[in-house]
Write a protein that binds this ligand. Structure first.
Ligand SMILES: Nc1nc2c(ncn2[C@@H]2O[C@H](COP(=O)(O)OP(=O)(O)OP(=O)(O)O)[C@@H](O)[C@H]2O)c(=O)[nH]1
Ligand SMILES: [Mg+2]
Length: 389
């Protein structure tokens, strides 16, 4: 389903995922009786397990995973479709109006340049819609799809972040609470996973990519300690699965089964899924909402206010300074190309003129020799006829 359409469902979670803890995230006043609105976006290369993790996080099949054939055919088209899935999750009479933005993968193409544009545009469009509604008198009916957290899926290559990951993460981090996750942790040995996470952390630090960190000020020491412990695990390694499997010691758990045993989603020795879920749902959902409101949306609003008047529409893409440089470069390249072609034509023209002159000369020579031959024939004919009596 595309961004135009939406899937909506109401789900009462059979097993608790932690949303009933929301009213206890006391530091904020947002936790109203009617529940909270929360929008989560997943981004990353195709096939890294984004859709599966969404279903694992909320313990329901919110989005049907694509079959492999579809994944293959998708590689033929260079588009990033954006799915909007809406669900009402209810737990102990507490409700979260959840919106999940599933972006079906990029990085499949030979040229991935600008593959992030639809994602960035989507984030900005939500801020724009919200801002325009704020300027209207009827504020009650506003729709709000500003993204509160963006999970960025890093493929478990074992090396380091790819240049494309760095590019996309940089751009996302200036607009949204970015939470990097290492996908499919079960495909790596614990030692390699540990090293990989360290390398990713280092690259993130060197490139100064701002990932979400819970604010540590004004919280009690226990919560601060919990937040620090969570952040020390960033990027969170995750395992996605919607299947219950039996472990060697007879427990039934959410996990992935292998001939050598079971990789457990909720086992902290296997991956950081529980920490990620805690950050997103149990302890920091309201921090994510507040940061979006006070930092990211405010940044957007101020930047827009500086460049246009109150109530004025968004700058058209072609007038956008982001595209100006590219446009100028294209124009320069075009002018150079035209100059080059013009030179080539001029040379060709000279060559044609010289050739025409040469042919004309040949023609003239041929013409005069014909004339001479005609004169000779004439004189021969007259001498053959002899003198008239
Ligand atoms: N080993 C392993 N496989 C996984 C994990 N999560 C998902 N998969 C498998 O990886 C494949 C792709 O999963 P999806 O969830 O469809 O991946 P996606 O990122 O949504 O893919 P696109 O929608 O194409 O971008 C499926 O066969 C999943 O069963 C995981 O944690 N470990
Ligand atoms: Mg998917």
């Amino acid at each position: 389903m595309s961004a135009d359409g939406m899937t909506t469902m109401t789900t009462t979670t059979t097993e608790p995922i932690g949303i009933s803890n929301l009213p206890n995230q006391q530091r904020h006043k947002i936790a109203s009786r009617s529940g909270a609105n929360f929008t989560l976006m997943v981004v990353g290369e195709s096939g890294t397990g984004k859709t599966t993790l969404i279903n694992t996080l909320f313990r329901t099949e919110l989005a049907p995973p694509k079959d492999e054939l579809q994944r293959h055919t998708k590689q033929l088209s260079r588009s990033v479709e954006i799915d909007v899935i809406k669900a009402e999750l209810e737990e102990k009479q507490f409700r979260v109006n959840l919106t999940v933005i599933d972006t079906p993968g990029f990085g499949d193409f030979v040229n991935n340049r600008d593959c992030w544009t639809p994602l960035i545009d989507f984030l900005d469009d939500q801020y724009e819609t919200y801002m325009r509604q704020e300027q209207q008198p009827l504020r009650k009916q506003r729709t709000d799809m500003r993204v509160h957290a963006c999970l960025y899926f890093i493929a478990p290559t074992g090396h380091t972040l790819k240049p494309l990951d760095i590019e996309v993460m940089k751009r996302l981090s200036t607009r949204v609470n970015l939470i990097p996750v290492v996908a499919k942790a079960d495909t790596m040995l614990p030692r390699d996973l540990h090293l990989f996470k360290e390398r990713v952390r280092e690259v993130i630090r060197v490139h100064n990519i701002q990932v979400f960190a819970p604010p540590l000020d004004a919280i009690d020491e226990a919560s601060a300690e919990h937040a620090r412990a969570l952040m020390s695990s960033m990027p969170f390694s995750v395992i996605g699965s919607t299947e219950d499997v039996r472990t060697l010691d007879g427990r039934v758990v959410r996990g992935r089964e292998y001939p050598w045993g079971v990789s457990e989603v909720e086992n902290e020795n296997h991956c950081d899924f529980k920490k990620l879920r805690s950050l997103l749902i149990r302890t920091h959902m309201l921090d994510l909402i507040t940061t979006t409101e006070e930092l990211h949306y405010e940044n957007y609003r101020q930047t827009q206010m500086e460049t246009r008047k109150f109530g004025e529409g968004k700058v058209k893409k072609l007038d956008n300074p982001r595209f100006k440089e590219e446009e100028d470069a294209l124009r320069r390249k075009f002018t150079e190309q035209v100059k080059l072609e013009e030179g080539r034509f001029r040379q060709w023209e000279q060559h044609l003129i010289a050739e025409r002159d040469r042919l004309n000369k040949d023609l003239e020579t041929a013409h005069s020799s014909i004339k001479q031959l005609e004169a000779e024939i004439e004189s021969m004919q007259s001498s053959a006829r002899g003198p008239r009596r």
